[in-house]
Design a protein around this ligand. Sequence first.
Ligand SMILES: Nc1ncnc2c1ncn2[C@@H]1O[C@H](COP(=O)(O)OP(=O)(O)OP(=O)(O)O)[C@@H](O)[C@H]1O
Length: 332
Amino acid sequence: MGAEIVIEGLSKSFGPQTIWRDVGFTLPPGEVSALLGPSGTGKSVFLKSMIGLLKPENGRCLVNGVDICTCSESELYEIRKLFGVLFQDGALFGSMDLFDNVAFPLREHTRKTEAEIRRIVLERMEMVGLSGAEDKLPGEISGGMRKRAGLARALVLDPQVILCDEPDSGLDPVRTAFLSQLLIDINAHLDATILIVTHNINLARTVPDNLGMLFRRELVLFGPREVLLTSEDPVVAQFLSGDKTGPIGMSEEKDQASLDREREGLASGRIAAEDRVVGVPPQLPATAGLPERQAVQRRKNRVMGMIDQLPTAARTSVLRSLNDQPAAARDR
Ligand SMILES: Nc1ncnc2c1ncn2[C@@H]1O[C@H](COP(=O)(O)OP(=O)(O)OP(=O)(O)O)[C@@H](O)[C@H]1O
């Protein structure tokens, strides 16, 4: 099963600019979580802090109990082997073919023979649908293929934690849908803890078990998907509906005067309220034929353990989704 990651009171600044402060939440082991937030709210900075590439000033990030903010360089080196990271652009080496790109972490971090490396690389490339493209250079393939090659590379060390920085960026909606399915299927195969950073609403609504959101230098929410998807918090509701009306503006936040003007315009009917997409759509299941995600049962037990503390709308939605499951899955 994937590693548990506990974030406590994490704060990060660059000089006088606070990126976020006092962020705290736990990534449940083996579950898929997503962190949302408007552009520039520090989501990428957050991922980099989680693998020790950036050092937060305060707080802890415990990976299987080891604080990566304060551990030694050698501990950090070991901990990083637990992570597979998909960077925004795939971060492939342009002069290496896909096989060598995907093999790179194995050659760098293990003493496996070339025969073993070949077996693992081909297996991971098949998992992401890139069989036959081993000899291609990154410059010769599409953006979607580059993402999938980056994902294959992130998977070769059997990571306990997979971090994906905007896996959908630059992809069309169909490719994004395939990638969403791939992330769920990878979770079914590996039972790894997955954190996806995204502003893709569709992906956020259908892929993760848990959702969180960063805004105004703080964590607005983090919890089971039903909590954020039924939230009436104006920031969350605006973000999920892609609405222009609300606290989020073109630069991260609107000033009070614009908000007052908008409120007055809505009240007088001068500004029409935009249609909001509401509700909790079903979560993507793993592709038929794959083992069921072990996270499903664990999450069910975990969420039922906290059901009384959930807001009413989230509680109703959780109970409804459990009732909608086939009896076999429900009673397991
Ligand atoms: N190394 C750095 N030095 C100084 N400032 C930085 C550094 N890295 C990021 N920032 C600043 O931190 C802020 C958050 O950036 P980040 O890339 O994490 O945002 P994001 O939420 O991932 O945005 P997007 O969704 O547009 O990718 C930005 O204002 C950025 O300029």
